[in-house]
Design a protein around this ligand. Structure first.
Ligand code: GDP
Ligand code: MG
Length: 700
């Protein structure tokens, strides 16, 4: 029989729990250098000696057992419930050698729950640089536990940790502080009411109810015991924290020496510059500008390659397969050009993710969070909302999930509601093609006009998000404000492997998720464009030749194709909504694109690609690139469809409209009601329509 040990990894955010988890289990999780990356629990298996297995659970970051966010609550619910299938045999508390004092608070709380607890002091590789020295035996004696000094970076101490886990039964189960001394009379009464329960556990259950109000109590019913007022209980919680810090200070006095001259190093100098009141913002925007510049200049080479590859692929299909067959047309015109319209944006999307993950990994992102908190406060959200908002530049779905570590429900709700305004990767293809069509190529002060426009669009997205947050903050009833705590991890050179994994994963998810929808919609659109009801569609050839008898053969074919498209099913849909979108500067073909992209906005480009290539019948021309096709698109009076005015109007529409079913679904899940996603859908669509309308009417 093999033995199994259940292990829970617990610790403050950013102490390296996930890194320790990876080192123990060999599983690869995404490691982040800013808070909020591990949202749910994750499990893995670690093989110890003699067939013993350890089940390792990676938990979200927790500051203390007095939960103040949904994230932290996961940990507390687990530790208070002995019947939970995941209840650990041994808790491994992961701490960062540089933040021992603050990290140990949680350790003492878990130890006082009488759970066998091992202490991991991680990041030992930075000790000599920071002038930190530790007396491990002294610390072990003071804390009455076993300590593993670990560096997951240098792969040190993991073997020791494994052997400590295996020997967990020899750990001393003693409390760090005498909790009852917080209020002896109250704790005595508590113990009398529940004689079989640990008194500190009772206390945590009570305070958790205080912090969370209506959390369902499955473990213990203490409702009859709420004899103290909330302010009184909060005061007792503070008293507990003070007692714990007194204990920790005593421990560290014996076991830790810090050479202060070394501690003031490069990091603090860099921090002073990067979080400077003026210079900090300047640097941040300079970095953003550089990123957008790079997205344009570096990505063109692979993009041109993809473009020509897809064009020749479509041509090859037309040649290789039977001419004029339905399947040939569907493949060449519907599927290949639809997919090509998405694949072409992979280089740019990958570049964006590359930069974001470098900023995260290097530790700079946390400085941005800190910097932005100064501004965000005024708009009813906190610096913590910046992480979801910046993640929103990749995709709104993980961003909405990343709001779980915002403690205050109102701040969290506001952040969820405004996230879809940030420019997600799905908008990028739309922006890129419209910008290429309507913004000239010149340079201004050495910066590319097109790159500047793209950056402006990102800023507009953020500005709208923040503005709406401000309005929502005013409209919704006020609650208490929360304190702001953010981890400031050390600067480090990003690990190439971590960056590469993020880029590949994110790009893959985007392409696969988007690809599925786009493929489906491409086929539907092709069918709708290739068939139509009634006389006009079926007799297109006869009608057109009769109307213009003395026309050249080539032009006649084009006219017939255009006439057919206009009277196909999709043409009818586009035409029906044309009156509504004409004031925005769009024709019925763009209308089709808009309708299709209400499910997912990245469908827009593929849709137009499908529509335009279906429209052109000149056989020997092959599939032109989408861009040329769009820029040659004209109204019947000869004026261009894609002008500066209609282009800007489209850009603004896509910047503000809520066109993503998946986001609506996740908002429903996170807010547990249809009310919020519906409000989001309608208000964002109305805002988008108004902005597009005003822009086109002014610019035309
Ligand atoms: P979690 O939030 O506790 O799960 O922490 P992560 O595992 O995501 O790690 C947070 C950051 O600390 C990442 O940037 C890691 O690269 C870094 N890190 C983890 N372990 C070590 C270590 O042993 N030494 C150093 N220098 N950095 C580490
Ligand atoms: Mg983690």
């Amino acid at each position: 029989m093999s033995k199994q040990i259940k292990v829970a990894l617990i610790g403050n955010p950013n102490t390296g729990k996930t890194s320790v988890f990876n080192a123990l289990t060999g599983l690869k999780q995404k490691v982040g250098n800013y808070p909020g990356v591990t949202v749910d629990k994750k499990e893995g298996i670690c093989k110890l000696s003699r067939g013993v297995k350890a089940y390792i659970l990676d938990l979200p970051g927790t500051y203390s057992l007095n939960a103040s966010s949904v994230d932290e609550n996961v940990v507390i619910e687990l530790l208070l419930n002995k019947n939970d299938k995941d209840f650990p045999d041994v808790a491994v508390v992961v701490t960062d050698v540089e933040n021992l004092k603050r990290n140990l608070l949680l350790f003492t709380q878990i130890k006082d729950l009488k759970i066998p607890t091992i202490l991991v002091i991680n990041m030992s590789d930075v000790m000599s640089r920071k002038g930190i020295s530790l007396d491990i035996p002294a610390l072990e004696a003071q804390l009455q536990t076993k300590i593993a000094l670990v560096s997951t970076r240098k792969n040190k101490g993991i073997a020791l940790l494994k052997s400590l886990i295996e020997d967990y039964k020899s750990l001393a189960i003693t409390a760090c502080i005498d909790t009852s001394s917080i209020d002896s009379a109250y704790f005595e009464r508590l113990q009398k009411a529940f004689p079989n329960q640990d008194v500190y556990k009772l206390w945590l259950v009570i305070t958790q109810d205080v912090n969370f109000g209506t959390v369902a109590r499955r473990t213990l019913d203490v409702s009859k015991f709420q004899t103290k007022s909330i302010t009184e209980l909060k005061r007792l919680q503070q008293k507990e924290a003070i007692k714990r810090y007194q204990f920790i200070n005593g421990v560290l006095k014996v076991g830790q020496v810090i050479d202060r001259t070394k501690a003031k190093d490069l990091r603090s100098k860099l921090d002073r510059v990067l979080t400077h009141k003026v210079g900090g913002y300047f640097i941040f925007f300079a970095i953003l500008l550089l990123i957008f510049q790079a997205i344009y200049d570096w990505a063109t080479v692979p993009m041109d390659l993809i473009d020509t590859t897809f064009a020749s692929l479509a041509e090859w299909i037309k040649k290789a397969l039977p001419n004029g067959g339905m399947l040939t047309d569907l493949l060449a015109e519907g599927i290949v050009s639809g997919i090509g319209g998405v694949v072409i944006f992979i280089p740019q999307i990958a570049f964006l993710f590359l930069f974001i993950s470098i900023l995260e990994e290097s530790g700079y992102m946390s400085r941005v969070v800190f910097l932005m908190d100064r501004i965000m406060r005024r708009f009813g959200i906190s610096g913590k909302s910046v992480v979801p908002l910046i993640s929103g530049t990749a995709c709104a779905i993980p961003a909405v999930m990343a709001t779980r570590n915002i403690e205050n429900w109102k701040e969290r709700l506001i952040t969820i509601l405004v996230i879809p305004f940030t420019t997600c990767a799905a908008r990028l293809p739309v922006y890129l093609i419209i910008i290429a069509l309507v913004i000239p190529e010149g340079h201004f002060l050495g910066f590319n006009y097109q790159a500047l426009t793209l950056m402006l669009l990102y800023l507009i997205g953020f500005a709208m998000a923040i503005l709406s947050a401000y309005v929502l903050d005013r409209v919704m009833k006020t609650e208490r404000k929360t304190f702001f705590v953010v981890e400031m991890p050390n600067y480090k050179f990003p690990l190439l492997k971590n960056v590469a994994i993020t880029v590949i994963e994110k790009t893959k998810t985007f392409v696969l998720e988007a690809g599925k929808i786009i493929l489906a919609i491409s086929i539907i659109l092709w069918v709708m464009a290739s068939f139509g009801p009634g006389e006009k569609f079926n007799n297109a050839e006869a009608i057109v030749s009769q109307e213009s008898p003395d026309i050249l053969e080539v032009d006649l074919q084009d006219k017939i194709a255009a006439y057919r498209l206009e009277h196909s099913y999709i043409g009818i849909v586009g035409k029906t909504i044309e009156p509504l979108i004409k004031p925005l500067g769009y024709d019925w073909k763009i209308g089709i694109g808009l309708v299709a992209s209400f499910a997912a906005r990245e469908v827009f480009v593929g849709t137009l690609a499908t529509i335009y290539s279906v429209g052109s019948a000149s056989e020997n021309e092959g599939i032109d690139t989408i861009k040329t096709k769009m820029s040659n698109e004209r109204y019947s009076d000869g004026s261009k469809v894609f002008t500066f005015a209609s282009g800007i109007s489209l850009l603004l529409f896509y910047a503000f409209a809520m066109q993503c079913m998946s986001t609506l679904a996740i908002v429903k899940r996170e807010t547990k009601s249809w009310k919020w996603p519906i409000i989001q859908l309608f208000s964002m669509s109305i805002i988008a329509y108004l902005f597009a309308l005003v822009a086109f009417q002014i610019l035309k």
